[in-house]
Design a binder for this molecule. Sequence first.
Ligand SMILES: NC(=O)c1ccc[n+]([C@@H]2O[C@H](COP(=O)([O-])OP(=O)(O)OC[C@H]3O[C@@H](n4cnc5c(N)ncnc54)[C@H](OP(=O)(O)O)[C@@H]3O)[C@@H](O)[C@H]2O)c1
Length: 331
Amino acid sequence: MQDYRALRIHRKGDDQFHVAVENLASDTLPQGDILVRIRYSDLNYKDALAAVGNPGVSRHFPHTPGIDAAGEVVSDVTGQYRPGDRVLISGYDFGMNSPGGLAQYCRVPLQWVCPCPPQLELNDAMIFGTAGLTAAMCLDKLARVQHRAISDTRLLVSGASGGVGSLAVAIAAKLGYQVIAMSGKAGAADSLRELGAQEVISSADWLTANKKALLKPQWHCAIDTLGGDALFNIVKATEREGAVAACGLAAGGSFAATVYPFILRGIALLGVDSAEQANDYKRKLWLHLATDLKPKSLRNLSQEISLEQVPEVLAQMRAGTSRGRYLVRID
Ligand SMILES: NC(=O)c1ccc[n+]([C@@H]2O[C@H](COP(=O)([O-])OP(=O)(O)OC[C@H]3O[C@@H](n4cnc5c(N)ncnc54)[C@H](OP(=O)(O)O)[C@@H]3O)[C@@H](O)[C@H]2O)c1
């Protein structure tokens, strides 16, 4: 293996960070079981936070971000994979406090690696990436507590034009849910309907705390990517015995709550963490994403970009103006 290209985040001062593509020597990769030649990666909100030094994502700089990667095995000291095997890496500490997927190579522990299902191209796998795993996990958690027929279930998705949101809309519509997309972008309605949303509502009225103990019920379950007061407003507007899967914090990390939706309507609030799930569960979800959960519109909801374009898109993600998924072509 020779020198390789990677996106690097450098700390330039207490609150100043610089992001650019660099050539690195092969000995800058960490020790590990499996060396992978990365073909595609993608962008997630965590990468946008890493680029401005968020200590909840990474505390070590210079840093190679990217919490997802798809590529081919170069070598595996454990003998589980052969050179050329197609593999996927998502979550755990990948791209957080260890170098991630926005690079030509990575070296990772065996437990972080899943085989790429034969039905899935590497680029399609990275259109899903962590966002797709998270959307699939939210739907799986909701299905475990919701026993109403899918075709009769009104499902809200917030932050609907974002990565997790747009995939959740497309996958839920494919499964037959009546999808209500909540978005802050006035111009996103047509594309959200094309992904399968039956209704599109504005997030503007939902973002600030509402003094009412309960709101008029409008959906049976929800996937929330916003967090903050929006999350609790969504809980308060959920039908009796409904459930809300909370996976994000795009609008805030905290909210004021009361017990009323839980004790008067029996609402279940389900936390979702995609990163630290068991490798077996991720493999199962990848197989579903490759087959029954794969929307026809998958490629329409992503834009392919180069490593050089990543810093600009990460800034758009932090500003809340990005749309859908960003597939990063490594070569
Ligand atoms: N729990 C997990 O395992 C997990 C996994 C992946 C992601 N996440 C989290 O899920 C969230 C979404 O991730 P993503 O990758 O989909 O991000 P993204 O592509 O940046 O999408 C976030 C969307 O949220 C809305 N939004 C952004 N900032 C906002 C603000 N200040 N106020 C209101 N709405 C705002 C926008 O959609 P609209 O304009 O359409 O409203 C935006 O497109 C993030 O918080 C991320 O950290 C969690």
